[in-house]
Structure formats: C-alpha cells, structure tokens
Design a protein. Structure first.
Length: 174
C-alpha cells in the first residue's frame, strides 16, 4: 500500500501539485487538518488515546487497522507534504502510528470520527459532538480533494483505479 502510493506520487506528484483545482482543495483540507488537530489536542483526545494505546489493551490504533485504508488516501497525504513510514514504528500498533501518535496528515475517516466509550466518558457528549462535526468537515474536504485528484488524472487519460499508475516517464511527457 505504501509502495503503491509512493509509485503514484512519483508518477503523478508534479502534475497534482501544479493543478490549480487540486492545490485549492489541498489548501482547504490542510487548513481544516491544522485547525482540527489543535481542537483535538485541546480537548485531550491525543492524550487519552495515547494512554489507552500504552496499556496494550487493543486500542483503536491496533495492528491491522491499516488494512482497511487505501493507497489513494496515502497519496493524498504525500500531496499534503506528509511522509509515509517505510516500516512499522510501534509494535502491535497501526502501521501509521509512531512513537508520538499518528504519522498521517490527513486521517482516515475511522480515525477521525470513532469515539470509543472511554473517550466519550472522558470528553462528554457536547465535546464529542463538536469534534465529530469538525471531523465531518475534514472528511468532506478530503473527499473533495480526492475528486479533484481524480479529475486532474482523468484529464490526462489516467485512472487512479487502474492496477498500477503510469510509469514516471509517461507522466513527465504530458
């Protein structure tokens, strides 16, 4: 999955980074990501989740959850300036969980809008509802960016659902 995203970035990265519609949607998502990260941190979400993960009790960020993610979302993270780890950094945790938390700029929807019972008790209903509203806006902005990426690729005759991205040479010839 990481290799596929990196291959796609090698083939399509420059095109995507230069596309005005993609750039605009990426800026919108980046602003929401930054704002939401501050809100989630202020609410204590990261502290509570880190404590749960440290207990080794099968936290939400458990090993294997990453199998539900798709490479296209990882491509979006590369577009936002993120890095993808070459290897799992924390044993028995999600591939994208590092020693200081999630390594992804744009999170997958489950990572944004799942509030387990422990988190709900600690934060209270009102805070959880506000964070879910924020997460929903971020998820929607990610969807819009994904559509802009698809459209930019389609204009070049490429399909991001294809088994493999075009080789880097064909991407640079357009």
């Amino acid at each position: 999955m990481v290799e596929r995203a990196q291959a796609a970035w090698g083939a399509w990265g420059r095109l995507l980074a230069e596309d005005p519609a993609v750039r605009a949607k990426a800026a919108e998502l980046e602003a929401l990501v930054a704002d939401n990260q501050r809100a989630f941190a202020r609410a204590g979400v990261y502290r509570i989740c880190a404590a749960c993960a440290a207990e080794d009790s099968g936290s939400c960020c458990q090993e294997g959850i990453e199998r539900h993610f798709h490479w296209q979302h990882l491509l979006i993270n590369l577009l936002l300036g993120g890095n993808l780890p070459p290897v799992r950094q924390v044993p028995r945790q999600c591939f994208f969980n590092g020693p200081r938390g999630c390594l992804l700029r744009a999170k997958f929807s489950i990572c944004l809008n799942h509030f387990c019972p422990r988190l709900r008790r600690a934060l209270g209903d009102e805070t959880c509802e506000e964070l879910v509203r924020r997460a929903s806006r971020e998820i929607w902005a990610g969807y819009e960016l994904e559509n802009a990426v698809r459209a930019a690729l389609r204009r070049r005759g490429w399909d991001w659902e294809a088994p493999a991205p075009p080789p880097v040479e064909s991407a640079s010839q357009t």
